[in-house]
Design a protein around this ligand. Structure first.
Ligand code: AMP
Ligand code: MG
Length: 336
C-alpha cells in the first residue's frame, strides 16, 4: 500500500486537463507505478497502442520478471546472454551515463537495491557485511555489452537494475507513437516522468506541478509550463520505509550502498529525451546540488533541486524558460 501511495503522489504531477471531444484519457498501473494519459485524438487506438508499448518494455526490462532480458542477465550474471535490441539500447545509455556521471548513476546496483527490499514487505536496513559484499560486485564497469550490435550482454557478476531509466525510455517510445499517429496535443505521466506536447484546447501550455516532497500527494510547491520536453523527478517520497525512527529512501549512493544523504529532497530534470531526463534526475540527486547544476548545464539539461531546508536551486535561466511559479514556503536560493 505504501508503495502504491508513493507512486500516486508522483502521478499528481499530471495537471488536471479537461477532456474535450476527440480526447482519450486512461489510467493504468504498470512498471510499478501509476500511468495516466490524456491524448487529444479521435483515434481510439492510440492509448491501447501506448499501453501495449509499456507492457512490452516492462516484459523486457523488469528485473522482477524472470523471463525478461534483465531477469535472464541477472540470473546468469557472468554469462553472455542474447537480449532484445530495446534492452540493449537502454543498457547502452545507462552504461554511458554511468561513465559520464563518474558512477553516480549505476545500473549495476540491483543486488544492493534488492537487499534493501524497498518494494517488498521485507524492507529493512541490510546488514553491513552483506552490503559490503554486494557493493563489491556492483561495479558497472564489469557489465559488458559483449556485442552491442548483436544485442548480447553480460552482467559481469553484478545484478542489473534499470529502474532509474526505463520509465523515461518508455516515455520516449510513447512520444514516438504519438508522432506516428499525428497527435499534436497530449500529456503522459509514468510515475515521476512526464511528457507534454502541444497546447491544450484553450491554446495554453500544459502545466506540470512539482510535488512538495514534505507534503501530501496533492501538494505541489511550484508549477512549470512545458511543451515537447521530458520532465523527470527523483524524490525521497517515491519509495522508502522507516526503521527505528529513521526514514530510508530508494536513491542509493553507489559509493556507500546507503540512501543518499546530501540535503536534497528531490531533483527535477528537463531534457529533450525521456531516458536522459530519467537517468539525470537520479544521477543529479546522487551528485548533490552544486555538482549537479554544473553537470546539467554542461550536458544541455535543465534542473531544479529541492533541499531539505526548503530552498530551490536551479540551472541558469530555468525560471524564465519554464515560467516557474513558486508556491508556499519554498525560497529560491539564487536569482538565476
Ligand atoms: P528514479 O525514481 O528515476 O530516481 O529511479 C530510482 C530507481 O533507480 C530506484 O528505485 C532504483 O531502482 C534505481 N536506483 C537507485 N539508486 C540508483 C543509482 N544511484 N543509479 C542508478 N539507479 C539507481
Ligand atoms: Mg530517474
Amino acid at each position: 500500500m505504501k508503495r502504491i501511495f508513493g507512486v500516486m503522489l508522483i502521478a499528481f504531477c499530471l495537471t488536471l486537463v479537461s477532456c474535450a471531444p476527440a480526447c482519450e484519457t486512461n489510467e493504468s498501473f504498470a512498471m510499478n507505478t501509476i500511468i495516466t494519459q490524456t491524448v487529444y485524438t479521435s483515434n481510439t487506438q492510440v492509448i491501447s497502442q501506448n499501453n501495449q508499448i509499456i507492457r512490452d518494455i516492462e516484459n523486457k526490462m523488469s528485473k522482477t520478471i524472470p523471463t525478461s532480458d534483465i531477469g535472464k542477465l541477472n540470473h546468469r550474471s557472468g554469462e553472455n546472454i542474447a537480449i532484445s535490441s530495446e534492452t540493449a539500447q537502454v543498457l547502452h545509455c545507462a552504461l554511458i551515463a554511468a561513465a559520464d556521471t563518474d558512477g553516480a548513476f549505476s545500473p549495476a546496483l540491483g543486488g544492493v537495491i534488492d537487499a534493501w527490499g524497498f518494494d517488498t514487505e521485507n524492507a529493512h536496513v541490510p546488514d553491513s557485511a552483506e552490503l559490503e559484499k554486494l557493493l563489491s560486485s556492483a561495479d558497472y564497469r564489469a557489465v559488458q555489452e559483449a556485442a552491442y550490435d548483436a544485442n548480447i550482454a553480460n552482467a559481469g557478476g553484478a545484478l542489473i537494475d534499470l529502474g532509474g531509466a526505463v520509465k523515461g525510455y518508455a516515455l520516449d517510445m510513447l512520444a514516438q507513437n504519438l508522432s506516428a499517429n499525428n497527435v499534436s496535443s497530449a500529456i503522459l505521466s509514468l510515475g515521476g516522468s512526464i511528457y507534454a506536447t502541444g497546447k491544450k484546447p484553450d491554446n495554453t501550455s500544459y502545466k506540470i506541478g512539482i510535488r512538495d516532497p514534505y507534503a501530501t500527494e496533492n501538494d505541489y510547491m511550484a508549477v512549470i509550463s512545458t511543451d515537447g520536453v521530458f520532465v523527470s523527478t527523483s524524490g525521497i517520497y517515491e519509495r522508502g520505509f522507516t526503521e527505528n525512527g529513521k526514514y530510508y529512501h530508494h536513491i542509493i549512493d553507489p559509493k556507500t550502498g546507503f540512501p543518499v544523504e546530501n540535503g536534497l529532497a528531490a531533483v527535477t530534470v528537463i531534457a529533450d529525451s525521456g531516458i536522459m531526463s530519467d537517468i539525470y534526475s537520479t544521477a543529479l540527486f546522487v551528485m548533490g546540488a552544486e555538482r549537479g547544476v554544473a553537470f546539467a548545464e554542461a550536458h544541455g539539461a535543465d534542473a531544479l533541486f529541492l533541499t531539505s531546508d526548503r530552498q530551490i536551486i536551479t540551472t541558469a535561466g530555468f525560471a524564465k524558460k519554464y515560467d516557474l511559479q513558486i508556491k508556499g514556503q519554498w525560497q529560491s536560493a539564487d536569482n538565476r
